[in-house]
Design a protein around this ligand. Structure first.
Ligand SMILES: C[S@@+](CC[C@H](N)C(=O)[O-])C[C@H]1O[C@@H](n2cnc3c(N)ncnc32)[C@H](O)[C@@H]1O
Ligand code: SF4
Length: 411
C-alpha cells in the first residue's frame, strides 16, 4: 500500500544565507503574514481530489524557516488537511524545520500542542566564524540553548551539519562531530556545501579529497556512536529514521504544497511529477486562478509544471531513489513494477559495478558499497535509462501480471 505524506514549503527566512539556493525570501523582502497560509489552504481545498483522502503518515514543514510562522498558522494548516479528509493521528510524524534562536519555550510548547512531534534544527556548525561567513543569524551558543530546550520538552529532534565550508579544517569537523554527539540527537543529516562554480563562497574550499575525508570522518564517528546510515547522507538511531525522508526514496506518493513544492503520484501509467511556481507572487496568483475539483493534474498545472513519466524515466527514478537507501534496490519490487525484461536490463547494468566494487549483491538486489557511497554519482549515471532502453508498455505488464494473478496491475 505504501506511505503517503505532505510537504509544506514555508518560504520565509530571517536572512538569506550566502550559500542557499532554496526558494525563500528574507523577512525584509516578504513579511511573514497569513496571506501565504491562506494561499496554502486554498491549494489544499482546491486540489484535494488529486489524491484520495487518507490517513497521513507524515507532514513536513520545510523551508525556508517554518519556525517563523505563528504556531496558530501551523495548526490552521493541519486542521485544513484534516477537514479535507487527510487525517492525522498520534502516529503521524509531523516535522518542522527550524533555525536556532527562532523558538522560545512558549512557542515550542504551542507547536507541540498543535501536533508537531519532530523538529529538524539547522545547526550547521559550532564554529562561530564559519556561521558568520555563511551569513547565518545564529551563533553556536544559541544552538546549544535551542537543543537544551528541545530536550527539556522531550521532543524528537534532528540536527543538520554543514561541511566543506571555505577554510574549514578536518580538525574543526572533528570538533563539530564531538559536539553533535554530545547533544545526542535522534537523527543527523550531514550536508556537503554545494555551490555553483563561480559562487563567491566557492574559494578556499577543502579539496575534493579532503571533502571525502570529512564525510568519511563524520560517517565513521556517527556509526561508531550507534547511528545507522540509512540513506547516503542521513543517519539515525535505530527506529529514528525520518519517515518523511523515506517516502521520497521508496516510491511512495507525496503531495507538495506551497511555492516550488514538488509532488509525485504513482498514477496514471508510469506516474506524474508536478510542482508549483517558485516565485512568491506567481505562486499566490496561480493558486488563486486554479479551478476547484478535478482529479487530473492537467487540469491544474500548466505544461511547464508537470511531467508524465515514461517507462524509462520511471525506471531511472526507481533505481536512483532505491539505491540512495542502505536497504538498496530490490529485484522483486523492480520486477513487480517494471517486468522481467526491465530487471534483465538493470542486472546487466549492475554487473560491472558489482565487479568493480561499487555495488554489493544482496539476496534480493543490490546496495551501494562503502566505496559506492563515495562515488554514488557514477553509479547513478550507470542507471540512467533512455527511451528505448526498456520499451515494454505498462499495459503489457498489467495483462501479463493479472494473468498470473499478481496484484501489481493496480500500480
Ligand atoms: C532547506 S534548509 C532549511 C533549514 C533551515 N532553514 C536552516 O537553514 O537552518 C535545510 C538544510 O539544507 C542545507 N543547505 C542549504 N543550502 C545548502 C547548500 N548550498 N549546500 C548544501 N547544503 C545546503 C543546510 O544544511 C540546511 O540546514
Ligand atoms: S535559513 Fe536555511 S532556508 Fe533560509 S536562507 Fe538560510 S539555508 Fe536557506
Amino acid at each position: 500500500m505504501g506511505m503517503f505524506g505532505v510537504y509544506i514549503h514555508i518560504p520565509f527566512c530571517l536572512q538569506r544565507c550566502r550559500y542557499c539556493d532554496f526558494a525563500t525570501y528574507s523577512v525584509d523582502q516578504v513579511a511573514v503574514n497569513s496571506t501565504y497560509v491562506d494561499g496554502l489552504i486554498s491549494e489544499i481545498q482546491k486540489q484535494r481530489n488529486l489524491f484520495s483522502p487518507q490517513k497521513l503518515d507524515t507532514i513536513y514543514f520545510g523551508g525556508g524557516t517554518p519556525s517563523l510562522l505563528h504556531p496558530s498558522e501551523i495548526q490552521r494548516l493541519i486542521v485544513a488537511l484534516n477537514n479535507q479528509g487527510f487525517t492525522t493521528n498520534a502516529a503521524t510524524e509531523i516535522t518542522i524545520e527550524m533555525n536556532p534562536a527562532t523558538l522560545d519555550e512558549n512557542k515550542t510548547t504551542s507547536l507541540l500542542q498543535s501536533g508537531i512531534n519532530r523538529i529538524s534544527v539547522g545547526a550547521q556548525t559550532f564554529h562561530d566564524h564559519h556561521l558568520k561567513n555563511c551569513g547565518r543569524k545564529h551563533n553556536a551558543q544559541q544552538t546549544l540553548d535551542t537543543v537544551a530546550l528541545l530536550k527539556k520538552l522531550n521532543v524528537r529532534f534532528s540536527l543538520d551539519l554543514l561541511f566543506a565550508l571555505p577554510h574549514q579544517s578536518l580538525q574543526e569537523i572533528e570538533e563539530d562531530v564531538d559536539t553533535f554527539l554530545k547533544l545526542n540527537p535522534d537523527h543527523i543529516s550531514p550536508y556537503c556545501l554545494t555551490l555553483t562554480e563561480k559562487h563567491p563562497m566557492n574559494t578556499n574550499r577543502p579539496s575534493d579529497g579532503i571533502q571525502t575525508e570529512m564525510f568519511s570522518l563524520i560517517w565513521g564517528r556517527l556509526e561508531a556512536a550507534g547511528y545507522q546510515r540509512y540513506e547516503i547522507s542521513n543517519f539515525a538511531k535505530p527506529g529514528q529514521e525520518s519517515r518523511h525522508n523515506l517516502l521520497y526514496w521508496q516510491d511512495d506518493n507525496y503531495w507538495g504544497l506551497g511555492l516550488s513544492a514538488h509532488s509525485y503520484k504513482k498514477s496514471p501509467d508510469w506516474g506524474t511529477r508536478f510542482w508549483n511556481p517558485s516565485d512568491y507572487k506567481t505562486y499566490l496568483k496561480t493558486v488563486e486562478e486554479r479551478p476547484e475539483g478535478p482529479q487530473v493534474v492537467d487540469a491544474f498545472f500548466s505544461d511547464d509544471l508537470y511531467e508524465k513519466l515514461e517507462a524509462h524515466q520511471a525506471l531511472t527514478d526507481f533505481c536512483h531513489t532505491s539505491l540512495r537507501l542502505r536497504r538498496g534496490l530490490s529485484k522483486s519490487s523492480l520486477r513487480q513494477k517494471f517486468g522481467e525484461e526491465a530487471l534483465r536490463t538493470v542486472s546487466q547494468r549492475a554487473l560491472p559495478m558489482r565487479e568493480d566494487g561499487r555495488l554489493l549483491e544482496l539476496e534480493d538486489g543490490w546496495t551501494l558499497s562503502d566505496h559506492g557511497v563515495l562515488v554514488s554519482n557514477t553509479v547513478f549515471e550507470g542507471f540512467l535509462f533512455l527511451k528505448g532502453d526498456i520499451d515494454k508498455p505498462k499495459s503489457h505488464l498489467i495483462i501479463k501480471d493479472s494473468a498470473k494473478g499478481n496484484a501489481s496491475g493496480a500500480i
